[in-house]
Design a protein around this ligand. Sequence first.
Ligand code: MN3
Length: 209
Amino acid sequence: MNEHYKFELQPLGYKYYALEPYIDSWTMQLHYTRHYGGYVDNLNKTLEENPEYQKYSLIELVSNYRLFPENVREPIRNFGGGVFTHKMFFDLMTPKGAKAPLENTLKAINTAFGSYEEFKKRFSEMAVSKFGSGWIWLVIDKDEKLKLVLTSNADTPLADNLYPILLLDLWEHAYYLKYQNRRAEYIAAWFSVINWSKVEEWYKIYKPY
Ligand code: MN3
């Protein structure tokens, strides 16, 4: 996440079909190449036209977009946010992951939510309740406690000084081909492909920005 302009769409770390039957191949391919790829192209275009922002890392762009002048604020918010969210989202899925959170993550989840099952229930209810496009996040707050937050469009919790360790795409493009309007089924299926080892890594490298 410390990379700078020029951003690249790296090959996905697993095959498009690898998350079947939970996330279908066609959705993965479109989501990765066209949606995520589109954000990468648009962020690069924005930075080509505004070279003074090329020095900032992806994290810096997304965390500080509110400080930027009006002509770049919205493009960086949307396209930078789009790149950050999708990069993290695809990285945190795997076809052969652990079935439950690992040691440190589990401990923090138990402290914040009581149990993994309770966390899953609250995460799912909140994700179902999100109106329109956006994301649900598991974040570490300034008191080093885990909590759930929703954001709209391509917004991230970084701008609010919250450090994300897990996220789920709630835009219809992430599930509509297979699940149509059945978002709850998509959410339940996604729990089978979470890369808990990577979540554990994110948790361990936590540092407030
Ligand atoms: Mn998406």
